[in-house]
Design a protein around this ligand. Structure first.
Ligand SMILES: C#CCO[C@@H]1[C@@H](C)[C@H](OC(=O)NCCNC(=N)NC(=O)NC)[C@@H](C)C(=O)O[C@H](CC)[C@@](C)(O)[C@@H]2OC(C)(C)O[C@H]([C@@H]2C)[C@H](C)C[C@@]1(C)O
Length: 436
């Protein structure tokens, strides 16, 4: 490669296939089988992260209990098969995810324990690398949401152990093994490990920022899922990073400069906080949501923005699954609070009164249905254009997104993301057929 050749931006797509979908994979009824990742899509991706593995009771990398290993192998072989369309494509598996690792999860203890001693770390790392080799993966992504402050040093030690063992694994002729994590996209979750970020980053190829879920039914007012910039009308927060026990202590002046407070919880705020922590921009990957979040009983002022709402906030949804009028898929999934980009496009095309707006300052779209008093915050090709311009401005490695199965049939979001990241390709009219 010529010295001047700029590294291709990464496009990291999470591929979710839950246990029951794996077990019934051969029945042809899978919602989003690997075959839905068309050759064209495979050529627009640099990484696919299979979600999720868990840590077993024995402290090892494993399929979720009750997963049929033969069917899992079929799925993984199909994922590896995508490389025939794109020789540079890397397929990693992701361990964890919200359900297995949030503070109230039944299995979060396994993560804390696995990181808490050198024996446990060595055993987990060894099992993950064996799993990776056995199924032909190209690396490991850890999606622990989130290590607590008291877990942070152990978390660094775990990453070091995995990296140490990966270095021992010969990988002649194929792309080097990679180790990545999914990391907090908001200052509150970021605060837990903030002071360890340089040490965490040193072990990693990429840090996938979950710069979404910035607002949801847990907030008093409606606001955006993943707005790039703030708005003077939105709720501001005291900056939790300012209160961290920095050693040596930072002067009041430095604290005020580094951690503006109060501040708006935005994508830009998160990226700047990672950069100020000393994380190399070239390891940062900007997370994009392929889903939107719906709020109910929302007043019409400001087209539903920054209004009170009545949306059940619990992890398991209780209430009418049909609240998001017109979203049959949401009703089938029994949760009207999360709509895929595909669902949202259908709602906007329907005669049900969903109107879309775009924030001149926040650079994200939203929907308000005055008749049904429904507010939906989401992302689209327009907000992605602004986010790609932003990530290029700060020299980030590229984009990640949650998740592949939420795009529309044609894969419009992925294509717009790819084209904005690779404008030279789009000049040649469509995805370059990378034949290798
Ligand atoms: C990492 C993650 C996101 O987890 C999703 C769950 C946790 C889903 O979370 C998200 O979609 N989060 C979007 C942001 N992504 C992440 N937090 N993490 C991430 O992107 N990592 C790369 C939430 C909104 C959800 O639907 O949770 C419901 C209760 C509301 C829950 C927990 O019952 C659940 O319901 C379904 C939809 C049936 O899915 C399962 C899970 C049991 C699976 C296991 C969780 C999953 C994949 O839907």
């Amino acid at each position: 490669a010529t010295a001047t050749e700029v590294k291709k931006p990464v496009v990291i797509g999470y591929y979710l296939l839950e246990k029951d979908q794996i077990n019934s994979y051969a029945d042809g009824k899978t919602e989003f089988p690997v075959s839905a990742i068309t050759p064209e899509k495979a050529r627009m991706l640099t990484h696919i992260n299979y979600s999720f593995l868990n840590i077993s009771e024995e402290g090892q990398c494993a399929l979720e209990e009750g997963t049929d290993p033969q069917m899992a192998r079929k799925v993984f072989d199909e994922l590896q098969g995508l490389k025939k369309h794109n020789a540079d494509l890397r397929i990693l598996f992701s361990i964890g995810g919200w359900s297995y690792t949030n503070d109230d999860s039944a299995t979060v203890g396994r993560y804390r324990t696995a990181a808490a001693s050198s024996n446990a770390r060595q055993k987990l790392a060894q099992s993950c690398i064996a799993f990776m080799r056995d199924y032909g993966f190209d690396g490991i992504d850890i999606d622990w949401e989130y290590p607590r402050a008291e877990d942070s040093a152990n978390f660094v030690a775990l990453l070091k152990e995995i990296r140490r063992q990966l270095k021992q694994e010969k990988r002649d002729g194929k792309p080097a093994w990679q180790l990545t994590i999914a990391a907090a996209g908001g200052a509150f979750n970021m605060a837990r490990t903030y002071q360890y970020l340089p040490q965490i980053a040193a072990q990693l190829d990429y840090i996938n920022l979950m710069t979404y879920d910035l607002n949801g039914p847990w907030e008093q007012q409606t606001n955006h899922n993943a707005h790039l910039y703030g708005n003077t009308g939105e709720h501001l927060f005291e900056n939790p990073l300012r209160a961290l026990p920095f050693k040596p202590a930072l002067s009041k002046k430095v604290l005020e400069q580094r951690f503006p407070s109060p501040f708006a919880l935005t994508v830009d705020a998160a990226v700047q906080q990672y950069l100020r922590a000393g994380v190399p921009a070239a390891k940062l990957v900007l997370g994009l949501p392929f889903y939107g979040r719906a709020f109910f009983q929302v007043a019409p002022d400001k087209q539903g923005l920054y209004q009170t709402h009545a949306t059940p906030a619990g992890d398991v949804y209780v209430g009418d699954p049909g609240l998001l009028t017109g979203c049959d898929a949401c009703t089938a999934r029994k949760d009207p609070r999360i709509a895929t980009y595909a669902d949202i496009k259908k709602l906007l095309a329907s005669p049900l009164g969903y109107k879309s707006y775009f924030g001149a300052d926040t650079k994200v779209p939203w929907i308000y249905n005055a008749d049904k008093k429904i507010f939906i915050s989401y992302d689209n090709e327009e907000s992605f254009a602004y986010k790609v311009t932003y990530l290029k401005k700060y020299g980030l490695a590229g984009a990640m997104f949650w998740h592949l199965g939420q795009d529309d049939e044609q894969g419009s979001l992925l294509r717009s993301l790819y084209m904005h990241l690779n404008p030279e390709t789009s000049l040649q009219g469509g995805v370059q057929y990378i034949s290798k």
